[in-house]
Design a protein around this ligand. Structure first.
Ligand code: ZN
Length: 292
């Protein structure tokens, strides 16, 4: 665990979990998942957890009808995939606090039960940053308050998740052994110290750091720094905004014409509204031939 304060400061963290496999739409059937906790100030991964519902040794034994040999079982979770996130977050907050990090506010996804569980299990005073003040401010937006409160703030967790996905591709299964844990750990090391973590790993396990490993790691770190430096310039930001605006504009013209296709609670809301009107398609504009 990295310390980001002297222990007396209030630490705000962002948490976000991801699954190695995600079913289409709302079905989560992944056997594995991981979760990161990132300090808001430092952008470093303070803590991380992984959960797996599978163990290859147990599975093999079951297939062959034998009793599995004595082993360090990889299975550390039995619930549903959706229940992994709250379980991991509760675990991480407990652990980080016991090590002295004074976590007082948590930024999360649109997952309310995580915070509710945290309040019940760890600390009833824990605050979901901004959410409560927003709740009182915008009664109308209560349902979306968490989304609004957290605009962009789990960004670093999401970038971490991408890094994990690069090391543990979604079309491969690593959850049956510690392979997944090592892959997640590698992503944490890369996030916190950069690509040179490979050199550090070699050194700490008594291997030669490797001339080419070191060279490549340095190169990758320079590239990453450059990318970051460019991304935070005003020009890059303006370009991103312009791109997003043009994307939004073209998609919203289509959405208006197509009617409601996908929207959460869309079928509940229609009780009060005319549902036929909602799914009504508006024909595309005719090409103008001449002015009359
Ligand atoms: Zn096992």
């Amino acid at each position: 665990m990295t310390r980001e304060s002297d222990g007396n400061d209030n630490v705000t963290v962002s948490v976000d979990a991801a699954w190695q496999r995600r079913g289409s739409g709302r079905s989560y059937d992944s056997l594995t998942g991981h979760c990161s906790m990132i300090g808001l100030k430092t952008g470093k991964v303070i803590n991380y957890k992984w959960r797996s519902k599978a163990c290859r040794i147990c599975q093999r034994a079951e297939i062959s009808g034998n009793i599995p040999r004595v082993h360090k079982c990889n299975k550390n979770f039995t619930g549903s995939a959706k229940a992994m996130e709250p379980d991991m977050v509760v675990d991480m907050v407990k652990e980080s606090r016991s090590k002295g990090a004074n976590i007082t506010a948590i930024i999360g996804d649109e997952d309310t039960t995580t915070i509710a569980r945290l309040r019940a299990k760890v600390d009833p005073t824990i605050d979901k940053a901004l959410q409560e003040s927003l709740t009182t401010l915008f009664q109308k937006y209560i349902l979306n308050s968490e989304k609004l409160a957290n605009l962009g703030s789990t960004q670093s967790n999401e970038s971490f998740n991408k890094s994990v996905a690069a090391k543990a591709p979604k079309n491969r299964f690593y959850g049956g052994s510690r392979s997944l844990a090592y892959r997640v750990a590698a992503a944490v090391a890369q996030k916190n110290t950069g690509h040179k973590y490979t050199v550090d790993v070699n050194v700490s396990s008594g291997l030669s750091p490797g001339l080419y490993t070191r060279k490549l790691a340095t190169l990758r770190d320079i590239q990453a720094r450059k990318r970051k430096a460019v991304a935070i310039t005003t020009e890059a930001k303006l370009r991103r905004i312009a791109l997003k605006a043009s994307r939004n504009q073209s998609s919203s013209t289509f959405e208006v014409r197509e009617g409601v296709c996908y929207q959460s609670n869309t079928m509940i809301d229609t009780v009060t509204e005319d549902s036929d009107e909602k799914i009504l398609e508006i024909p595309a504009p005719k090409k103008q031939t001449s002015r009359e």
